[in-house]
Design a protein. Sequence first.
Length: 380
Amino acid sequence: MRTIAIVNHKGGCGKTVTSINLSACLAERNERVLLVDLDPQGHSSLGLNVKPEEIEKHMYHVLSETQWDVGMEDVIVGVDKYLDLAPSGIMLSAVEQELAGQPGREDRLLNALAEMPGEYDYIVVDCPPSLGLLAFNALRACREVIVPVETSFFALHGLGKISETIKLVEDRFGQKKHMQVLATIYDQRTRIAGEVWEELREHFGENLFRTIIHINVQLREATGFGQPICQYDRRSSGYRDYAVLAQEVLSLGKARVHRDGARAATSASSLGTQPVEDGVRFSIYAPGAKSVQVAGDFNNWNASEGAMLDVDGQGTWTKVLCLKPGVYQYRFRVDGQWGEDPNNPRKVESPYGVMNSIIEYGERERKQSSEGTQEIEKGF
Ligand SMILES: Nc1ncnc2c1ncn2[C@@H]1O[C@H](COP(=O)(O)OP(=O)(O)OP(=O)(O)O)[C@@H](O)[C@H]1O
Ligand SMILES: [Mg+2]
């Protein structure tokens, strides 16, 4: 079972939208998911059409000292075949004060989850906009942490505080956490969004999701209608972004199993472009597609020379192309439909008025990738 806390003390950065839609997109792939709403505002509950006034018991009753006999099984409600919700309510805000000074107060959620009879592949915890006792409980109970960051002004402000808190939990309880930052509410019409993304990449490297969550009005509407985006509008870019994120979360888990078990032969996050020896690997998530190609300056925009392969049989299409160092423009073609690379924020407008993605492939990347290959080979 994988446990993921969605944390950022900054308000409005997309924690709840990510909690709901990542959970729903994982569930859509037949992963059994429990979404725990740990925010007294109850937005995840409302976003899944579970109204606080209509439920008797919620996460307050599970965590409170005064309610000994309430377990997770008493509050969980079914949302969809593979998706359950542990709802929240405004009373949850009293828990921090109620448990102040109590021994073991940081372990309340961990213990509740451990005693839960249900079996899940994923537990996703939506946290409130603070780093108080509730977020601490989530960090204690979860092995993985996703930090959504809105790609706008002051986005990076305060991120150090989250890293510090995670480190504190790691040191105190002796358990390593995996933290991944997620760029959200990305508005490609603004320059700041690209700049923030570059800064995040510089700062967090591999620990930044390759998937970017773009600004999308349907995502906002879906929450208002109490539906995850996969029910509300499957043609929206919001659905595509969260479906791709679910794929990346799944492959990160697989890569970690490899790495923890012995060695990682594959990169953890493989969508977009990656330098490999003598060229670049292009990858896009297009589940259900019948044919996918990549075309650009490098193959004279001839899609038939860029046919991609569904490498995992689950919609991850890949192609390695040998490239000379240079700057190239490219696009993907999915079942005849041309589009830019959703995992690459670098774009330029073409003379035909469409956006082309850009890749810069230089001597440095070529050298790094061949050194990387040698390192991996040495490890075997
Ligand atoms: N990708 C997106 N495109 C458009 N609107 C979005 C997107 N993500 C989030 N929003 C909207 O931004 C607002 C804040 O999002 P959300 O509630 O997920 O943030 P949050 O971090 O959970 O906030 P809080 O800290 O209050 O819990 C909401 O109105 C939501 O609908
Ligand atoms: Mg929220």
